[in-house]
Design a protein around this ligand. Structure first.
Ligand SMILES: [Zn+2]
Length: 184
C-alpha cells in the first residue's frame, strides 16, 4: 500500500467515525513507518491535515495558507524547505514514494474574497485579467490549477508524486480530484 493509499484509507476511517459517532475518534491505524509527504492546505481550522488525513507527528510537512493555494509565496517556502533540507536535502520518504499533496476544501473562505480582486491579485502576484485562471470559486478546478502550477515549477524533484484533493466539510470525505502522478 502506498503512502497515498494509506492517507486516503485513513480519511475514510476518519469520515466513518465522524458520521457514526458525531465525534472525532482517535482509533486510527498506527503502525505506518516512513510515511512521508508534504501537504499544502488551507488555514481553515476545520481542515487540519492532522485530522482529515490522520497525519501523525513526524510523518509530513504541512504548509497552510488561505485556500491552500500554490502562490509565489508558497513556492518560495518550498524553496526554503529544500534549502533547509527538511524536504529535498535528504532523500525524503526513506526510499518510498514522496507525496506532494494539495488539499483544498468546500465552503472555503477564499471564495468570500472574490469581490475583492485587489487582495487576490496581490496574493497570487498576478494581474486582474489573470485572476479568473485561479478559479477561486471552485475548489475542484482550483486544486487542478495548483497541481499544474507545481508541475510547471522548476526545482521540484521530478520523481515526487503530486496529487490534488478536495475535502468536503459536510461529509468529512476527501475526493481525489487529481490522482497522484510524477511531477515530470
Ligand atoms: Zn479554506
Amino acid at each position: 500500500m502506498t503512502t497515498f493509499d494509506t492517507l486516503i484509507e485513513r480519511n475514510r476511517a476518519f469520515a466513518a467515525e465522524q458520521s457514526a459517532a458525531g465525534l472525532l475518534m482517535p482509533a486510527l491505524p498506527r503502525a505506518l513507518p516512513n510515511v512521508k509527504a508534504l501537504i499544502i492546505g488551507c488555514a481553515d481550522m476545520r481542515v487540519d491535515p492532522a485530522h482529515v488525513l490522520g497525519i501523525k507527528s513526524g510523518e509530513a510537512v504541512v504548509m497552510r495558507n488561505i485556500g491552500g493555494r500554490v502562490t509565489p509565496g508558497t513556492l518560495r517556502m518550498l524553496g526554503l524547505l529544500g534549502r533547509i533540507g527538511e524536504v529535498a536535502g535528504e532523500r525524503p520518504g526513506g526510499g518510498e514514494d514522496f507525496h506532494l499533496i494539495v488539499l483544498h476544501h468546500t465552503d472555503c473562505g477564499i471564495t468570500r474574497l472574490s469581490g475583492d480582486p485587489a487582495m487576490l491579485t496581490d496574493y497570487f502576484e498576478i494581474t486582474k485579467e489573470e485572476l479568473q485562471t485561479k478559479a477561486v470559486l471552485d475548489p475542484r478546478a482550483a486544486v487542478a490549477v495548483d497541481v499544474a502550477a507545481l508541475k510547471a515549477t522548476p526545482g521540484v524533484p521530478g520523481d515526487w508524486l503530486v496529487s490534488g484533493l478536495v475535502y468536503d466539510v459536510a461529509t468529512g470525505v476527501v475526493d481525489i480530484v487529481v490522482p497522484p502522478a510524477a511531477i515530470h
